[in-house]
Ligand binder design. Structure first.
Ligand SMILES: CC1=C(CCC(=O)O)c2cc3nc(cc4[nH]c(cc5[nH]c(cc1n2)c(C)c5CCC(=O)O)c(CCC(=O)O)c4C)C(CCC(=O)O)=C3C
Ligand SMILES: [Fe+2]
Length: 338
């Protein structure tokens, strides 16, 4: 099938102190996040001048993607839209319509299924098309890529580099993968195969694949950045608590791989480079944070492969047995709870 454009769809983040509150209101509208949590997160953003690195990092990935498309002789203009901050997806889809785009692919910057990583992006697509009306292009979302070989290799390479640094100084680092926590209830309910735990199984599978690529048998999968009211259970353990736990067990150092995130956005630099790193320092443990996959040249190549599955009908490359869902047209849900 032929497509006129690609919409690069992401989360969005504030670009100055005055953006922080309205951005957080967009993120949490109707989500039951307590005001104390919002105050706390606002402080994290303000600590960095109210600027999230996410927009710049997304622009870097798009630049790499454009070069890769050019290098392969593929003519596909790339547009940028976000769920929570400017450029907003509604405006971008309007602009695409103005430019005469009739049919476009959509790459969303999450590897995962589940509500925040997948379904909510479908809702964004549907909302934007409604806002634009009849002129809106047909929008086909690309699939989840948690087990794509290039995603796995990019993460493995980053872990290899982080491990090497600590090993050079004579330490025996434990490998710890982290992803964004979600409410336990939400995790239990989701999954196109009816078994639930869709998000946490995909995260576990991606971690297993990266560890296998590195020949590492002992590693952990933990969670970070929990939100919501304290009485609601979210996926645990938290990465910071887990570092304490490892220390108590005699582990001398950790490599933390934020496999749950595509780039070094605020939750990575605050919760890991700040809080987790501080905890490790306090305990006298070695600490290294592996890079996120987005800056690795393989990441842009992977996006082009995902595009080619639609434009050239190439066979999807994936390393696990878990289905990679998430590709639908115009924001149609893919499967109940997916
Ligand atoms: C699974 C998942 C991913 C990974 C998949 C993906 O990448 O999409 C992710 C990514 C991100 N989350 C981000 C930021 C935020 N997430 C929040 C809140 C929440 N996240 C949730 C889940 C996830 N989030 C959930 C269940 C909530 C509770 C509210 C709700 O049910 O929706 C809040 C509100 C304050 C707070 O409570 O922390 C903020 C500010 C940023 C941008 C950071 C930047 O600006 O650099 C990114 C990439
Ligand atoms: Fe989030």
């Amino acid at each position: 099938m032929s497509f006129d454009a690609l919409l690069f769809l992401s989360f969005g983040g504030p670009e100055g102190p005055e953006d922080v509150r309205p951005f957080l209101e967009n993120v949490t509208r109707g989500r039951g996040v307590p005001p104390e949590r919002l105050d706390e997160v606002a402080e994290h953003y303000l600590h960095f001048g109210g600027v999230s690195p996410i927009n710049r990092l997304n622009r870097d990935i798009m630049a790499a993607l454009r070069s890769e498309l050019d290098a392969q002789g593929r003519r596909l203009p790339v547009y940028f839209g976000n769920r929570n901050w400017h450029p907003m997806i509604e405006d971008t889809v309007g602009e695409m319509a103005d430019d005469g785009v009739r049919r476009a692919l959509v790459f969303a910057t999450s590897a995962w299924g589940g509500y925040s990583g997948c379904k909510q992006y479908h809702e964004d697509i549907a909302r934007a098309r409604t806002a634009v009306g009849e002129r809106a292009p047909e929008l086909v979302k690309l699939r989840q890529f948690f087990d794509h070989p290039l995603f796995v290799e990019a993460n493995a390479e980053a872990v290899r580099t982080a491990l090497a640094g600590l090993r050079e100084s004579g330490q025996q680092p434990r490998l710890v993968f982290t992803a964004h926590s979600i409410p336990v209830r939400a995790d239990e309910q989701e999954g196109p195969d009816g078994r639930g735990q869709w998000y946490s199984r995909q995260v576990a599978e991606a971690a297993r694949l990266v560890a296998e690529e590195l020949g590492i048998e002992t590693y952990d999968v933990v969670w970070q950045s929990r939100s919501g009211p304290p009485q609601v259970p979210w996926l645990e353990p938290d990465v910071v608590d887990h570092i304490e736990d490892l220390h108590a067990k005699g582990v001398d150092s950790v490599v933390v791989s934020p496999i749950g995130f595509v780039s070094d956005h605020l939750e990575v630099i605050w919760d890991l480079d700040n809080e987790a790193q501080e905890k490790a320092a306090e305990l006298g443990m070695g600490f290294a944070r592996a890079a996120t996959a987005g800056t690795d040249p393989r990441f842009a190549r992977m996006i082009v492969e995902l595009i080619a599955e639609h434009t050239d009908g190439t066979v999807p490359r994936k390393l696990s047995e878990l289905p990679a869902a998430g590709s639908t047209t115009n924001g149609e849900p893919c499967a109940p709870g997916c």
